[in-house]
Design a protein around this ligand. Structure first.
Ligand code: MN
Length: 247
């Protein structure tokens, strides 16, 4: 199995190092990742600047671009094989619910799926800089084999979130749906040392509605969450509602 590994936390992040090492036990691995943190880069593909790539080790490339650019450049130019699988992560912090639309980690899996390559994104539910990624990495290797054995439905990839507990204590994986974030007071409004106002959007809090069957409900109870995501953003149930409009 030939595997391309990327992330949005940057090529030196502990999560991608643990992931690449676990996957190397089951296949040939190349790493193409941003040269710095690009979290929340979403599916950005800036078209107005050249990209630079530095080979930091055999089969390991640092790119001054987004995760989406890394997948694109990696497959079309840098690596010398066509991957059977693209794995993105292991992200530092959950990627669940509405947050998946901002996630660079998830976007890398989106990009691979657009290119017709099976993919999954994997995140560890912690912001602890000294977190242990070994349990999530071992699970990612197991899932990679299972995914290749079964194949994925068309235009679909998996979004995997692993609770940050002792690997022995991880509960069985649950297949979930995307949860819903609670949006409240997420802007910090403050004054900088030069007397100018600044604003900071977002919160690190995992503030989600605790709904049965969601990714949030699974990780909150210590289960690995696996959500199948689809490239088609059409709301099929809205099609009939729109039929009654005068358009
Ligand atoms: Mn990240």
């Amino acid at each position: 199995m030939k595997i391309l590994v990327t992330n949005d936390d940057g090529i030196h992040a502990p999560g991608i190092i643990a992931l690449a090492s676990a996957l190397a036990a089951i296949g040939e691995v190349a790493v193409v990742a941003p040269d710095r943190e690009r979290s929340a880069a979403s599916h950005a593909l800036p078209l107005h600047h050249p990209l630079r790539a530095e080979q930091v080790a055999p089969g390991r490339f640092a790119v001054d671009g987004t995760p989406t650019e890394c997948v694109n450049l990696g497959i079309h130019s840098l690596i010398d094989f066509h991957p059977d699988l693209v794995v993105s992560g292991i992200n530092r912090g959950a990627n669940i619910g509405d947050d998946v639309t901002y996630s660079g980690t998830v976007a890398a899996a989106t990009e691979a799926t657009l290119m017709g390559i099976p993919a999954f994104a994997v995140s560890l539910v912690t912001l602890d800089a000294a977190a242990d990624y070994s349990g999530a990495a071992a699970y990612a290797a197991r899932l990679a084999k299972e995914l290749i054995r079964n194949g994925l439905p068309r235009d679909t990839f998996l979004n995997v979130n692993v609770p940050a507990v002792d690997p022995q204590l991880l509960k069985s994986p649950l297949i979930t749906v995307q949860g819903k974030r609670r949006y409240e007071g997420t802007i910090v409004d403050n004054v900088d040392p030069r007397g100018r106002n600044y604003y900071w959007i977002g919160t690190a809090d995992l503030d989600f509605h605790d709904l049965d069957g969601t990714d949030y409900a699974a990780i909150k109870r210590g289960h690995i969450s696996i959500t199948p995501l689809h490239l088609d953003m059409t709301n099929h149930t809205a099609l009939s509602a729109l039929q009654s409009w005068t358009l």
